[in-house]
Each structure stands twice: as structure tokens, then as C-alpha cells.
Design a protein around this ligand. Structure first.
Ligand SMILES: Cc1cc2nc3c(=O)[nH]c(=O)nc-3n(C[C@H](O)[C@H](O)[C@H](O)COP(=O)(O)OP(=O)(O)OC[C@H]3O[C@@H](n4cnc5c(N)ncnc54)[C@H](O)[C@@H]3O)c2cc1C
Length: 427
């Protein structure tokens, strides 16, 4: 395969994947002075909330008290930028989710990356890790003009599926009972004058009447504008890291979208004239690999709000697991909203492999704890910490595993992160 003109380039920090975790990591590393590259296989950043048409950022606000912000730093910068651009969704949504317009999310991420001084490479799929023994020294990436070996002092894996960790030989686990895969879609021309609550209730009733409510989830409805909603209802099952399974699941999910659209159109008065604006760029994955890290966060840690000396992020979402056997209903946190809890740095540090940090969905947790940590707000918080730790590792010459976590916490706080259960701020 032809070599890219960038072949052999060296950076202090390379971040793979431009989702919630990856963009936060890249901005943090660059702000700390590291020469930082971000590699994203799509043509825009934002990851699942944008490409998956989820349109919301859960766990930036506390579910218990939705006026409390629990993730600062990059998350705050992003929300502020989108708000300034006029890209916030309507207020007619559940209070604990932040609803943001996906096109504004893309542009806001571009602006924040440029401001921080990150070199962003779109259409760049990472396909291998470069190794010197157990130390990651860079990545191999397919760029638009050919393949390239890009070298770096530290790599952050923000791919959502721990792809780089897998290439590097990091041990990982995947639960036998994986959460459902979902293909979101957007409907336009929704009748005006209907509240979000009435709309969501109407959709549920229509699905139940059609007898398909067990097969599909929710439906969960997010209102983007008065006439436009995003529907989270398709549910397909399969192994998201098996090429054949995932392809079959993509096809099944698109067919499901049509079935659900017809049920909703016929069963919900306000959707009678609605049409499909678009389906997501791809089927999205709630759960795949989880790395084996220096510490494995558990449900007990979350519920007991265990304190960690190396806390680098706060989580705030309930243990939200979309089961494999189908159910309809509301999220569990509606009954028992969780209090913010601490996540230690060690969850980002893989066992045995050096100069690689993993952020976002695949951090080291149990299946139950992952039901809470997997959401974008928390992914931004762990990404922020991973990017800064990578920069500190390169700057100080110590391995990422041995980074001084006190120093890391100080710098995180300087960059606006929220690390203490008592430090949460009000919006
Ligand atoms: C179906 C579904 C519904 C959800 N519903 C909600 C919801 O309602 N509200 C909510 O807040 N959260 C929801 N979530 C959770 C949330 O969106 C994600 O879990 C979260 O965004 C994970 O962030 P991340 O940064 O780890 O990964 P992602 O956002 O997935 O980002 C990973 C990025 O890495 C890129 N990438 C992957 N592999 C490579 C590679 N080899 N080379 C280069 N780039 C690569 C991808 O293109 C992507 O941009 C949902 C998730 C799913 C799947």
C-alpha cells in the first residue's frame, strides 16, 4: 500500500477516535503544551452523540439535582460553545439530559480543537499499534493518501471499542450478555403544540398496541425543535466486534426503523404527517470491549460512592443497562437517581501495556458499572484526564502508569475539571 506523506511524523500525544472521550483528551493534551494529533475515521468529531444521532449528553448534569454540573472542563467548553451558536435543543426534554443539535456539536468540536492547537486528521482509520516490547510507540493509520506510521510519546485510545488497546495486546473482557445495538432516526413535520411527555407516552402506547413493544426499546423521544424529534427504539442483537454479525445487525436495524416509523405514524396523532429525515450514520454500540486496567470499578463502588486517592473524574448516570431480552419502560434512574461518584485514574491504565491510556466507554469496569460510566458526560471526563495524563507523562519522562496523580489532579482542576463530590457547581 502506498505510503502517506505524513509517514514517520512524530507527536507527543496521539489520540485515536474523535468521540466524547477523544476530543476531550486531545484538547486537554494540547492545552498542556503537548504536540497533539487526533485521528478520526469519519469526517467529523462527536462520536456516538453525533454520528449515532443521540443528540444528548447524559451525566454532565446530576440526575439527582439537574441544576448541578458534575463534568466541567471540556464538557463545559463544548456546551458553552454550542449554546453561543444557538445549538441547544428545546427545554421540552427530561431535565437531566442536555439536548444539543448534532451539526452544532461537530462545529463546536472543530473550533475547540483548533483553539487548543490540535492537528486533526479526518478520514483516518487507525488499524494497528506500533510496539517496542510492551510499550506503545505510535499507531499505524490509513490516511487519505496512503498508510502511515505515526510515532508518539503516549497514545490515548478514544475509539469507544478499545480498538487500539486490542491492537496493542491489552487484555479485555466482553460480557456474554451485551447490551442491545440501536439505530436512532429523526422524524420531521411533527405536529406542534404537543408536549414531550405526551409524545413519548403516545409512542409507547402505539408500540404496545402494535404488540411490538417487547421487541423494541422505549421508545425514548428527544425533541430537537418543535417539529423534529429523535427516536431511540430499534433494538438488534449481535456481537459488535464480529464483522458478519455487525453487518447483519446494520441491515436488520434499518428494516426495524421502517416498521417502527409506520407504527408511530399510524398510532400517534401528532406523527401522522411526520417523515423520516435521516437514520444514523451507523448502528451504535452500547457495550463491547472493556479493558483490564489497574483497577476495575464496580457497581458497589458506585452505589457506596467510594472515595479514591487518584480520583480523576466524576460519574453521575444510573446503572442503565438495556437488556438483551427486550423490555419497554423508562430508565431506572427515574425511580432512584444516583448521586455523583468517583472514578480513579487506574481505570484508564491498562495492565502490562505502557504508554497507552484508554478513555470513554471501554475503561476498566464491570458490566454493571459500565452501565453507568458509558455515557458521554463521563466519557468526556475520563478523556480529559487521559489526555492530560498523556501530556504529563511525555513532559515529565515518567510512564503514564506512574504519572503523579496529585499533579494530574491539580492540572485537571486548573483546566476546569470537577473532581470532588463537594465541588460540583450549579448551572
Ligand atoms: C444506541 C445508543 C444509545 C445511547 N443513548 C444515549 C443517550 O440517550 N444519551 C446519552 O447521553 N448517551 C447515550 N449513549 C451513550 C453514548 O453516546 C456513548 O456511550 C458515548 O458517546 C461513548 O463515548 P466514546 O467517546 O467512548 O465513544 P464514541 O462516542 O463512540 O466515539 C468513538 C470515536 O472513535 C472513532 N473511531 C472508532 N474506531 C476508530 C479507528 N480505528 N480509527 C479512528 N477512529 C475510530 C469513531 O468514529 C468515533 O468517532 C448511547 C449509546 C448508544 C450506542
Amino acid at each position: 500500500m502506498k505510503r502517506s506523506k505524513l509517514d514517520g511524523r512524530e507527536f507527543d500525544v496521539i489520540v485515536c477516535g474523535g468521540g466524547s472521550a477523544g476530543v476531550a483528551a486531545a484538547c486537554a493534551a494540547a492545552k498542556a503544551g503537548a504536540r497533539t494529533a487526533l485521528l478520526e475515521r469519519l469526517g467529523f468529531c462527536g462520536g456516538t452523540p453525533v454520528a449515532g444521532m443521540i443528540h444528548t449528553l447524559d451525566a454532565v448534569l446530576s440526575c439527582e439535582d439537574t441544576s448541578q454540573i458534575v463534568v466541567g472542563g471540556y464538557a463545559s467548553d463544548l456546551v458553552d460553545e454550542i449554546t453561543r451558536m444557538g445549538g441547544r435543543g428545546t427545554d421540552d426534554n427530561p431535565g437531566e439530559v442536555l439536548s444539543l443539535h448534532p451539526e452544532y456539536m461537530k462545529i463546536a468540536a472543530d473550533r475547540l480543537l483548533a483553539r487548543a492547537g490540535v492537528q486533526t486528521f479526518y478520514h483516518s482509520a487507525v488499524f494497528d499499534a506500533m510496539m517496542d516490547g510492551t510499550r506503545v510507540t505510535g499507531v499505524e493509520v490509513a490516511l487519505r493518501d496512503g498508510r502511515a506510521q505515526l510515532r508518539s510519546g503516549c497514545v490515548v485510545d478514544g475509539t469507544g471499542d478499545a480498538e487500539v488497546a486490542n491492537f496493542a495486546g491489552v487484555k479485555w473482557a466482553m460480557d456474554e450478555e451485551l447490551q442491545a445495538l440501536t439505530y436512532h432516526f429523526r422524524l420531521g413535520n411533527v405536529a406542534s403544540g404537543v408536549t414531550w411527555v405526551d409524545l413519548e407516552d403516545g409512542c409507547r402506547t402505539a408500540m404496545q398496541a402494535a404488540g411490538d413493544h417487547v421487541r423494541y426499546g422505549g421508545p425514548w423521544v428527544i425533541r430537537l425543535t418543535n417539529q423534529e424529534v429523535s427516536i431511540n427504539a430499534t433494538r438488534v442483537y449481535g456481537n459488535p466486534i464480529d464483522p458478519s454479525d455487525l453487518s447483519a445487525a446494520e441491515q436488520e436495524a434499518r428494516e426495524s426503523m421502517l416498521v417502527i416509523y409506520e407504527i408511530l405514524r399510524q398510532g400517534v396523532e401528532a406523527l401522522r404527517e411526520a417523515y423520516i429525515i435521516a437514520g444514523a450514520t451507523q448502528l451504535h454500540v452500547r457495550e463491547s470491549r472493556k479493558i483490564a486496567g489497574e483497577y476495575v470499578l464496580t457497581e458497589e463502588d458506585i452505589l457506596a460512592r467510594r472515595r479514591f486517592p487518584d480520583v480523576i473524574a466524576l460519574g453521575a448516570w444510573p446503572i442503565d443497562i438495556h437488556p438483551t431480552n427486550g423490555y419497554v419502560g423508562v430508565h431506572p434512574h427515574k425511580d432512584s437517581p444516583p448521586k455523583p461518584y468517583e472514578i480513579p485514574y487506574r481505570c484508564l491504565v491498562p495492565l502490562e501495556v505502557d504508554q497507552l491510556l484508554v478513555a470513554g466507554r471501554p475503561i476498566s469496569t464491570t458490566h454493571r458499572a459500565h452501565g453507568s460510566t458509558r455515557v458521554p458526560g463521563t466519557s468526556m471526563a475520563t478523556g480529559h484526564a487521559a489526555g492530560l495524563a498523556a501530556a504529563l507523562s511525555v513532559r515529565s519522562g515518567v510512564t503514564a502508569r506512574r504519572v503523579d496523580t496529585r499533579k494530574l489532579q491539580d492540572e485537571l482542576l486548573r483546566q476546569g475539571a470537577i473532581l470532588s463530590l463537594d465541588q460540583t457547581v450549579t448551572q
